[in-house]
Design a protein around this ligand. Structure first.
Ligand SMILES: C[S@@+](CC[C@H](N)C(=O)[O-])C[C@H]1O[C@@H](n2cnc3c(N)ncnc32)[C@H](O)[C@@H]1O
Length: 211
């Protein structure tokens, strides 16, 4: 998986994406994730890897400032068409190299992105950097549960599924390890398919202002 391939594969996914990942059990899981988020007026919110804008619907008309970034112009185009009449800023950008200054956003939504970017540690580093002190990062994504090994079937399927644009073999504990002092994990709970997908909430610690 690299940015080149991701751009290509999400061009292919763009017309089909909402049918598979913005409906049924995925939509139920998304609703659960957003139900637990306490929005505050005027909050600045960044959706990292915003895709077709599946999560934007939970944020419109809430008196918050919404920005979404994505590598794929085709996925972004879908989001732009849906939210043309709303005040949503949508930008083409690499999630591993965000062009925002540090401490720019109160809340980051990182749904189904850490399992997709080539370098999830760098992506999380960037998300922490641009989060305001005491701000939150909300993640809905699939990781191997800490106590589980990668099964033989998953090991065989992993390279094939990577070609489809996502990695089923990542461990959140490894992704977050370099940043343990910069954040606090406030929630880590199963949300879909027996804990394959989790909701994880991180808080940027005040004392790490110069992260
Ligand atoms: C599985 S989709 C998730 C989209 C959306 N967050 C959602 O929950 O439906 C992954 C998204 O990540 C985007 N993506 C892949 N690599 C990226 C990168 N390096 N930087 C930013 N976005 C990237 C893809 O274009 C795609 O829109």
């Amino acid at each position: 998986m690299d940015n080149h391939w991701n751009k290509f594969i999400y061009k292919v996914w763009a017309p089909l994406y909402d049918f598979f990942f913005n409906s049924g059990q995925f939509l139920v899981a998304r609703k659960k994730v957003f139900k637990s988020i306490q929005l505050k007026p005027k909050q600045k919110i960044l959706l990292v890897g915003v895709g077709t804008g599946a999560d934007v619907r939970f944020l419109t008309n809430k008196n918050v400032e919404i920005t979404g970034i994505d590598l794929s112009p085709d996925m972004l185009q879908k989001a732009k068409m849906k939210y043309a009449s709303h005040q949503v800023t949508l930008l083409e950008m690499d999630a591993q190299n965000l062009t925002f200054p540090q401490d720019s956003f109160d809340l980051i939504i990182a749904n189904l992105i850490l399992s997709v970017v080539p370098n999830p540690e760098q992506c999380l580093r960037e998300m922490i950097r641009v989060t305001c002190l005491d701000g939150q990062i909300v993640i809905f994504d699939k990781f191997i549960p800490p106590e589980q090994k990668l099964t033989v079937i998953k090991s065989v399927l992993r390279p094939v599924i990577k070609m489809l644009g996502t990695d089923i073999g990542r461990r959140f504990e490894e992704v977050v390890a370099p940043y343990q002092k910069a954040i606090r994990i406030e929630d880590d709970s199963p949300i879909l398919f027996n804990g394959m997908y989790r909701k994880i909430v991180l808080r940027k610690l005040k004392e790490y202002g110069s992260f």
